[in-house]
Design a protein around this ligand. Structure first.
Ligand SMILES: [Zn+2]
Length: 246
């Protein structure tokens, strides 16, 4: 392939811009906020689940407490009714009296036991409510941190995209100055090797860093200026400049 030396040199400018574009794409993929958001999102989902579990537990305890309190009320009502019967004097048989008194005593005992249960449930419920409050606070703090990180990510991406579009604009200008066949070869090699063209500097290919043999240098010295050369080692387009050591 033939191409004017100036067009070949423009390939180096193009390669430089492409490396900037690649670096920007890499920065875009590895923005620290992305990992942070990923980690915080996972934690947020975990804590949101814990909030639901804790709320369910607190709700269950609230119902359990209401049930136990209504049990206490039922026993108390029954004890009060028995007490009234006893106080009314309507029950006269010693056997019935004794049975009534023993029932009242057993109801009081039962009421005491149930009240103990209510207290125990109230304590567990208090702990469960505290846990809910605590988890909700953690969840809300995480949500706030997450949206801050998302804002920072968006800002970072915007900055990168702005820079990338500016570089893309310059790249379009440079590639417009390169003949189509040379550009096509460059693009093909770029797709294949990551970098399509490299400078020959001081007898060394800047693409693969390999020093060219004397025979290879002699071959290049003898080659016409408009000959498009390739590095024998890495197959990239080898561009000659004043620094090539020829
Ligand atoms: Zn090379």
């Amino acid at each position: 392939m033939k191409a004017a030396p100036e067009a070949q040199k423009r390939l180096l400018d193009l390669a430089e811009l492409d490396s900037v574009i690649d670096r920007l794409a890499h920065r875009r993929r590895t923005l620290p906020e992305l990992a942070e958001i990923d980690e915080r999102s996972k934690l947020f989902a975990k804590i949101a689940t814990q909030v639901i579990e804790a709320e369910t537990e607190a709700g269950d305890l609230a119902r359990e407490q209401a049930k136990a309190e209504s049990d206490v009320d039922a026993v108390r009502t029954r004890a009060d009714r028995d007490q009234k019967r006893l106080d009314s004097g309507a029950v006269t048989s010693p056997r019935d009296l004794s049975s009534l008194q023993s029932e009242i005593a057993s109801l009081h005992k039962r009421q005491g036991d149930l009240e103990e249960i209510v207290l125990e449930i109230m304590e567990r419920r208090e702990a469960a409510d505290t846990k809910v409050t605590d988890l909700i606070r953690q969840r809300d703090e995480l949500a706030a941190a997450l949206s801050t990180a998302e804002a920072r990510r968006d800002e970072g991406l915007q900055e990168i995209d702005k820079e990338a579009s500016e570089v893309q604009g310059r790249r379009a200008g440079v590639s417009g100055e390169i003949p189509a066949d040379l550009l096509a070869l460059y693009e093909k090699l770029k797709a294949q090797y990551g970098v399509g063209a490299a400078m020959l500097r001081g007898g060394r290919c800047q693409g693969c860093k390999v020093a060219l043999s004397i025979a290879e240098m002699n071959r290049i010295k003898a080659a016409p200026h408009d000959e498009v050369l390739r590095c024998e080692e890495c197959r990239r387009i080898l561009v000659r400049t004043a620094e090539s050591g020829l």
